[in-house]
Design a protein around this ligand. Structure first.
Ligand code: FE2
Ligand code: FE2
Length: 174
């Protein structure tokens, strides 16, 4: 893949931080790069603008934890717009979860839908492959320590569990 169309995005802090974020049990950055590579290859086959497809792919899951399965596309698209991306890139990002959420409205949107699904499948294949060497679990362990969403979620879960045990203890005591 020719990285020149995304060189500026690859060094952006919002993209860089995805190296520490967990997504499909792997670094989110790996998923974004795979999506970008599939988009790069699919774009000419579907007559889509390659630059738009690859830029949308590298941004399509940023801040995805702030939304749901169907809404995180819109969240990433808004962020892309804030970063100065044109409407074609943002529109492709909005619909990348189709058939969950809105349908694509452009060829670039369809490219990203397919590229994201292929990348997700490839993510899983790599994760399973790495289970045999132990590398997948090691990476996942590291990501669970570095991902701020996961760390804060774990704190909440621990607090809720403690509260639950305390309530149970009070009931027994009473
Ligand atoms: Fe997504
Ligand atoms: Fe994705």
């Amino acid at each position: 893949m020719n990285h020149s169309v995304i060189n500026d995005l690859l060094v952006h802090p919002k993209v860089m931080e995805t190296r520490d974020h967990i997504h499909h049990s792997i670094p989110k950055h790996d998923h974004l790069m795979r999506s970008a590579r599939y988009s790069y290859r699919l774009a000419p086959l579907l007559g889509a603008n390659q630059r738009v497809c690859v830029r949308a792919a590298i941004l399509h899951d940023l801040d995805s934890r702030l939304g749901t399965l169907t809404t995180h596309g819109a969240i990433a698209a808004r962020l892309a717009a804030d970063l100065g991306e044109p409407s074609e890139v943002c529109a492709a990002i909005v619909s990348h979860m189709y058939p969950f959420g809105p349908a694509p409205t452009s060829r670039e949107g369809w490219v990203l839908v397919v590229a994201d699904k292929l990348a997700s499948l490839s993510d899983l294949t790599h994760f399973v492959g790495g289970l045999f060497t132990g590398q997948s679990l090691e990476v996942r362990r590291r990501l669970r320590m570095s991902d701020p969403f996961y760390v804060s979620g774990r704190k909440t879960r621990t607090r809720n569990r403690r509260l639950e045990l305390f309530k149970r203890w009070r009931r027994v005591d009473a």
